[in-house]
Design a binder for this molecule. Sequence first.
Ligand code: ATP
Ligand code: MG
Length: 431
Amino acid sequence: MSKTLQAVRGMNDILPDEAEIWEQFEEIIREWLHSYGYRPIRMPIVEPTPLFKRAIGEVTDIVEKEMYSFVDALNGEALTLRPEGTASCVRAAIQHNLLFSQPQRLYYHGPMFRHERPQKGRYRQFHQVGIEALGYEGPDIDAELILMCARLWDDLGLDDIKLEINSLGSAEERATHRAALIAYLEGHQDKLDEDGKRRLYTNPLRILDTKNPDLQAIVEAAPKLMDYLGEESLAHFEGVQTILKDAGIPYRINHRLVRGLDYYNRTVFEWVTTRLGSQGTVCAGGRYDGLVAQLGGKPAPAAGFAMGVERLLSLWVESGNALGRQEPDVYVVHAGDAARRAAFRAAEGLRSAGFSVVLHCGGGSFKSQMKKADASGAPYAVVIGDDEAAAGEVSLKPLLSRGEQVRIPMDVLPETLAERLLGVEDEDGSV
Ligand code: ATP
Ligand code: MG
């Protein structure tokens, strides 16, 4: 016998019980984004490799070791499965001249790919909802991005997600800080790990972001970027904080928050929970004023964030606020040729009236069909035998409540079912 094939490690199937929760989440997300005036954009999943090298930076975890890159066997083009969405979104905005006459509030949702060590909350194919506000300069949009997140946590019924913010200043400010940081780290060179040694002169800021517990004391005591910020950067950061305070959103300034991608400047933020172990960041973002120009567009300021959908959903399910399975309203059972034809008519009539209907397919006795009806979770079964069919009638049988089975003309089935469904909820007092 041949070996059964498995999905690629770290890339998950999302089975129906879980996929229904994803769809509920997506509905909430869409309404939430619409309420802030964001519009959807959909980019390809495969992009030219140089896009990510240029946007994310050569000396980053993603570009150094996490990208699924390959050469197109047909034309030799260097391609990469997108590891994040900002680079593609900005590329698309430039390519289609979206920033020509107005700023853009954009969002996307979809799979991202990173070759990491799979563990809970960290996968090789994972999903992000990404938000990009292109063409906005002031601290107001940075603050609005953060407020948006707070509202979403509220809409999902999630507490226990904490906000951390920092400012990365401008490129010049980072350069001055960088010199001080290198001098400081050189004093501890022998204690740095391999990544640290390698990044000491290429990307020392990223050493502050290390997850290595042995380096925590060293990076804790390192020179703080905040102390190197000039007036404008400080005023911008103040501006963000004023709006957060007005909105009553608690936050902590984390001086070591530098983000894993090179394109950020000024405001950066992360939303972190303690409930997901070490994979606790559910949302991360910030300002990236240089990226549009870096990718060849006319210079334009921008800010955005991305949420990790798998991490958010496991929080949501754990919180007990995710809805369960969506049962059909009715399951239609039937036996006999005339009954089957009547069953199709009845089912389509119910669907036209807006009900969710599972029509039994595959034959079998009434008894075995009724078992399937019970298992479907539908509150009612419609039962059609040949004598019902001959009379143009159907039987409506309650499956969850103890009410009576009734036999009624097929053409009054939709209205009768509507009354019954409301009636059942009344009995529970749960309308
Ligand atoms: P981490 O430090 O956890 O590796 P990151 O800084 O690489 O995160 P970003 O590139 O900022 O992550 O992506 C935004 C969000 O996407 C993260 O906060 C996280 O919720 C989610 N995310 C990132 N990588 C993964 C992954 N491999 N599996 C699942 N979710 C992920
Ligand atoms: Mg990462």
